[in-house]
Design a protein around this ligand. Sequence first.
Ligand code: GLC
Length: 570
Amino acid sequence: MGSRGSQRSVPGHSIVLTRPRPPPGRAAGAPYAARVATPWWQSAVIYQVYPRSFADANGDGIGDLEGLRRHLEHLVWLGVDAVWLSPIYRSPMADFGYDVSDHCDVDPVFGTLDDADRLVAEAHAAGLKVLLDWVPNHTSDQHPWFVDARRSRDSARRSWYVWRDGRDGGPPNNWRAAFTGELRWELDPATGERRPRAVEGGTGVDPSAWTLDPATGQWYLHLFLPSQPDLDWEEPAVVEAQLDVLRFWLDRGVDGFRADVIHAIGKDPALPDDPPELALVPKSGTNDQPRTHELLRQIRALLDGYPGERMIVGEVYLLDTARVATYYGDGDELHLAFNFPPLMARWRARTWRRQVTEVAEQVDPVGGWPTWVLSNHDNPRHRTRYGTEPRARAAAVLLLGMRGTPFLYAGEELGLEDADVPADRRVDPGGRDGCRAPLPWTRADGHGWGAEPWLPFPPEAGARSVEAQREDPGSVLHLYRRLLAARRASPALAVGDLELVSAADDQAVLAWTRTAGEDRRAVAVNFTAEEQAASLDAAWVVEVASDGAGEGQPFTGRLGPDQAVVLRPA
Ligand code: GLC
């Protein structure tokens, strides 16, 4: 590792992130004019759909595949390149689809396999790639595999899950499950250190990652809910069965997968106790085993065996960029790995400088192509975290100005805040309902949903609806559209090198340039509510401004309060 990518530190305060490694078979240093020469998932912007909350065609208050199909036009108009769907498979919905009971069928609440085929075909016809969520670490306890496994110690599929005898009348070790309602593994926004943090919500269930199965007298492992037993990837039949799931969907034409908690699949076979300082932290945030890398190489080989640049982006929930970087392997594991420290970072210039620098120092040297995420279905939306719309707008400029593949979470293009979900409507065992509120499509009450949706709408749903914002050129929605158009039109923004230009001690502004051959852009973000100087000279024209101010005009060298800009050479 480390031989193919390179990172240069230049004197002074700049950091240079170098261009992506050329795809196999292409000469190093190929000109960026050949943007098409980079794999699609490097220049793409990927849009996450949480199917329950996106659009409801059959009027039952829960989003479905037909609802998404009818709104593909929104994604094309917006200008994203690919859509990732959170799980659509058959599921008892204890974790809203992340508890799969049949990997090769669509849950009736979302539609049918025919609906999925039609969606993929129409998305492709519209120029959009389609990624599905793949949940390799665990299944539902209702999955026929687990139903068989728990029937007896002699069941054919007993070895597909992790069974152990108890220890002194209790669970086999001290591992902790997620969603147990007390602690979560997070980054301290002030120091960047990992630490356990108390969370709201939760199930109030036993915090152990083990549940006793009384009928067979053994305990089974579950890093998440007791109804989500972990598969045992040491069992070759499990590997084959899960690779078959990938084949099933690849054969149907999907372009790749987002792999759920992929870092969790390989376990230490000795299942040792966690040290005391980790004993209160869910194991799903710390499990990091060499075995997973062997498995990923198999998974990657399968994808690479298909034509058409199929890809896999993995959720590596380790909150440590250096660890995340190892999941790219030597170009033979994940194509992309989610790196969540930026998702947890505070809205501060120096904090964000550290995020960019960390990626430069950790991901670039292994030849990995970075990812950037501000919002998803597991965390409060960034509009909610940062507190104001002007900041959320500036964050959109920051995200779409980064080097790496950005992921948008449906509704962030509307500037949605999390819904305030009253106690009697809370449904998620992980306390994540707020960010899963339904998308408002129309201004009028009902907002395009036939029935009362499964969760309440977010605040200001009418004014923030797609309908209202499409009519308003000054809206957040139009800002995202302009940013996506600018990114698509500029190789520098899409795949170019990144060089920080603001001073390391600048607490107000972060500015950088992007370069691909002759093509150049600059991005500057004011993290404060006061006007600031931008660390860039005036040889630029404002291409996109977070508040729309001055677009098409020469850049003055100053940024308004909470303003962020994309600049092109004058
Ligand atoms: C991932 C998903 C989350 C889910 C969990 C268990 O973290 O993003 O929504 O609850 O895995 O599958």
